[in-house]
Design a protein around this ligand. Structure first.
Ligand SMILES: [Zn+2]
Length: 295
């Protein structure tokens, strides 16, 4: 996934469904460094479709974290209020629906009424087995729509990992994959820097863009190592019950990890602009690179 042509724009896309954790901070920093490397704008997108988990303090936490890291996105909301007034995903529901209708009309969706426990009972896992694919259920309220798209046997087949991803959730809201590719197309984002845990999501999203006829099919993805705790578990919002302390020493810890990822000595950087601009993006490509780092 080498990057030969200069991209248009990159983004960070946090979700206000919990307090951020060091893994989010790492992702923000690396996105910033990539934007600076290519001299392209960094866009702040906040994914707020999950209204049930959204809390204003989580929105505050996003801006607080960016300030703490001294990252000023070039585009997107500059405050919670500006986000709520002009950038909420609820203002783009029409775009998501148009994309969904395009997929429906191409026969690339099916309706699914399975519950999590039914899937668990049938498969012994959380991986969906395509049970409803041939059932021909009719669309109605409170029923999910899944993508009828399979990976075409390429290496790194995403369809084994995340089979038939949900596009429209039971609550009638667009699911993450759909909203994300529609937003990236709409905002002309074509460089995405994210954790390796989303590797298969990236592959699916690239295929989804092809079906939607998006220019985003030329999107470049960069996957960085994920941060794990002492038990080897990925840091996540769900095990982040309270606000993580944004101290100077925590920032130093993140910056030292960035040095490690970039293959340089840990330094005295106290601002991201002090990192080399021209790092080798090859360190993020392919397999056999650092995939997990203890935090
Ligand atoms: Zn089903």
């Amino acid at each position: 996934m080498g990057i030969s042509k200069k991209p248009n724009r990159t983004r960070i896309a946090p979700t206000p469904s919990g307090f951020l954790h060091p893994g989010n901070a790492l992702s923000f920093c690396l996105s910033y460094l990539f934007a600076r490397k290519f001299s392209i704008p960094l866009f702040l997108r906040i994914d707020d479709l999950d209204a049930k988990r959204l809390r204003t303090e989580y929105l505050d936490d996003i801006f607080f974290t960016l300030d703490w890291l001294q990252i000023q996105p070039d585009e997107g909301p500059g405050s919670v209020q500006e986000f709520q007034n002009s950038f909420s995903q609820s203002g783009r529901l029409k775009l998501y629906d148009e994309a969904l209708q395009s997929l429906v009309s191409q026969g690339r969706t099916f309706i699914c009424d399975c519950t999590r426990s039914e899937i668990q009972r049938r498969t012994g896992s959380n991986r969906y087995d395509g049970y409803c694919r041939s059932r021909g259920l009719k669309a109605k309220k409170e029923i999910a729509v899944r993508a009828d798209i399979v990976s075409d046997g390429k290496e790194n087949d995403w369809s084994k990992e995340i089979p038939y991803p949900i596009l429209l959730k039971k609550d009638g809201k667009p699911a993450y994959h759909l909203a994300s590719v529609v937003d990236d197309e709409n905002f002309e984002v074509d460089l995405i820097v994210r954790g390796l845990d989303l590797y298969f999501s990236s592959l699916f999203q690239a295929d989804l863009c092809v079906v939607l006829g998006y220019t985003a099919q030329k999107t470049r993805f960069v996957h960085h190592p994920i941060l794990v705790d002492k038990d080897g578990k990925k840091l996540s919002k769900s095990n982040q019950s309270s606000q993580w302390n944004r101290t100077r020493s925590e920032k130093k810890k993140i910056f030292d990890l960035i040095s490690k990822i970039l293959g340089k000595e840990s330094g005295k950087e106290d601002h991201l602009d002090q990192f080399p601009k021209d790092f080798d993006q090859g360190i993020f490509d392919g397999t056999g690179k650092i995939s997990r780092i203890n935090y």
